[in-house]
Design a protein around this ligand. Structure first.
Ligand code: ADP
Ligand code: ASP
Ligand code: MG
Length: 422
């Protein structure tokens, strides 16, 4: 008997029929003798619907009083789907109980809309499991030290599931979604994309952080930190398929490099439309500039991604970086109000119509010329590269948003990702 965590995404929970299907699948696992903790997302579209209502009443604001209410609001989506799943399981003849994040409790910091999990008390959940219940824990949410409900950022139910699996030392965390695994790139953009049988933890971390939304990045970080065995698989197979077959389907995230069966140099392509570029123009080129600009941005809890500082001319330079599109207005306002005057820069300008495309692969460590091949492919397509950033196992470029799909398809083909690896 093992303790297993299942996570079901929004599409998988998208209707009462689908919830019934999830309940039947979970019941199959429970009846096979496993202790089951299930972490559902809100029904598809629900989080957007709720946040849309807030926007109707007041435009997006970045103050904490408003963000507190957004979390209070958005967390109800998972509360509803969790209760529905518990009801469906009871209808299947199982004992089941659902808990909101604060009831577990899943403790987080107070960074509303992007809180981080700090600890999970598993006492209550464990007692229910011992009593033979299937326990449903809401995805996407927690509670801060003051008792306020927080949410973990979009796609955060993945992180809830992996964190619960880590806290409870589950044998495996299975992420059920609307694709049957992790692909070489988003199969919605490139139909020739191939499913990977295994993907190394490091590659998955890069792919997630470069924008592959199949797993939220923090869920991969948790899996790495606590060595949680993690698998991505489809919730759309018939619920009554053989459990042993189901348990080996999809994509396994591996921690040992020699477990990594596929030896391609580039394993996957990720893209992110959710970034915006900000440039501070005419910055006096002197020590401490990057710190002054990016320190202020970091203090406002805004993550910065690709950074470039241009060559200085006449003692002045331009300093550019990208941020999440949701943080764009906040970052621009902040720089105009506090940094521009003290820094003596000329202007702050921005562009939200950009995207970032990345090639990822641990094989890049031992092969040279991969980045230049990438630049060559983009140049052949006439795509201008605005920014570049690299790490040991990835190269990213920032380009005009309108060329994103073209770039991804061309790179997918050029790196033979549509071909099975021998
Ligand atoms: P869920 O609601 O189950 O959490 P998401 O929509 O968050 O599902 O994530 C699954 C989606 O991720 C897929 O439908 C697919 O379009 C997208 N995706 C992006 N990159 C990849 C990839 N490399 N492999 C598989 N799916 C990907
Ligand atoms: N419901 C949340 C969202 O839409 C969390 C999740 O789906 O993982 O982002
Ligand atoms: Mg998701």
């Amino acid at each position: 008997m093992a303790l297993i965590v299942h996570k079901y995404g929004g599409t998988s929970m998208g209707s009462t029929d689908r919830i019934r299907n999830v309940a039947k699948r979970v019941a199959k696992w429970a009846r096979a003798g496993h202790q089951m903790v299930v972490v559902p997302s809100a029904m598809s579209g629900e989080t957007n619907r709720l946040l849309g209502l807030a926007k109707e009443l007041a435009p997006e604001k970045s103050n904490s009083a408003y963000e507190r209410e957004l979390d209070m609001l958005a967390s109800t989506g998972e509360q509803a789907s969790s209760a529905l799943l518990a009801i469906a399981l009871q209808a299947e003849g199982l004992q089941s109980v659902s808990y909101a994040g604060w009831q577990v409790p899943i403790r987080t910091d107070s960074a509303y809309t992007k809180a981080r999990i700090e600890s999970i008390d598993d006492t209550r959940v464990r007692a229910d499991l011992e009593a033979g219940r299937v326990v449903i824990v809401t995805g996407f949410q927690g509670v801060d030290p003051q008792g306020n409900i927080t949410t973990l950022g979009r796609g955060g139910s993945d992180t809830s599931a992996v964190a619960v699996a880590a806290a409870m030392k589950a044998q495996e965390c299975l992420i059920y979604t609307d694709v049957d695994g992790v692909y070489t790139t988003d199969p919605r953009v490139v139909p020739e994309a191939r499913r990977l049988q295994t993907v190394s933890f490091e590659e998955m971390l890069e792919m997630a952080s470069m924008g592959s939304k199949v797993l939220q990045i923090r869920s991969v970080e948790f899996a790495g930190k606590y060595r949680v065995p993690l698998r991505v698989l489809s919730s759309f197979t018939p619920w009554d398929i053989d459990l042993g077959v189901e348990a080996k389907s999809g994509t396994l995230i591996t921690f040992e490099e020699d477990e990594h069966m596929e030896q391609a140099v580039v394993s996957g392509i990720a893209f992110n439309r959710d970034e915006a570029k900000i440039s501070v123009l005419g910055v006096p080129d002197r020590p401490g500039i990057a710190y002054q600009i990016l320190g202020a941005v970091a203090q406002a809890n805004i993550d910065v991604d690709v950074i470039i500082q241009n060559l200085s001319k006449d003692g002045k330079t331009d300093f550019s970086f990208t941020v999440n599109r949701g943080d764009y207005t906040k970052a621009i306002d902040l720089l105009r109000a506090s940094v521009l005057p003290t820094l003596g820069a000329t202007d702050v300008v921005g562009d939200t119509k950009i995207c970032k495309v990345s090639i990822v692969g641990i094989g890049m460590r031992s092969h040279v010329g991969i980045a230049s091949k990438m630049f060559g492919v983009l140049s052949e397509e006439g795509i201008n590269i605005q920014m570049i950033s690299t790490s040991e196992i990835k190269t990213s470029v920032v380009i005009d948003e309108k060329y994103m799909e073209l770039a991804v398809r061309a790179l997918h083909k050029a790196f033979d990702l549509d071909q099975a690896v021998a």
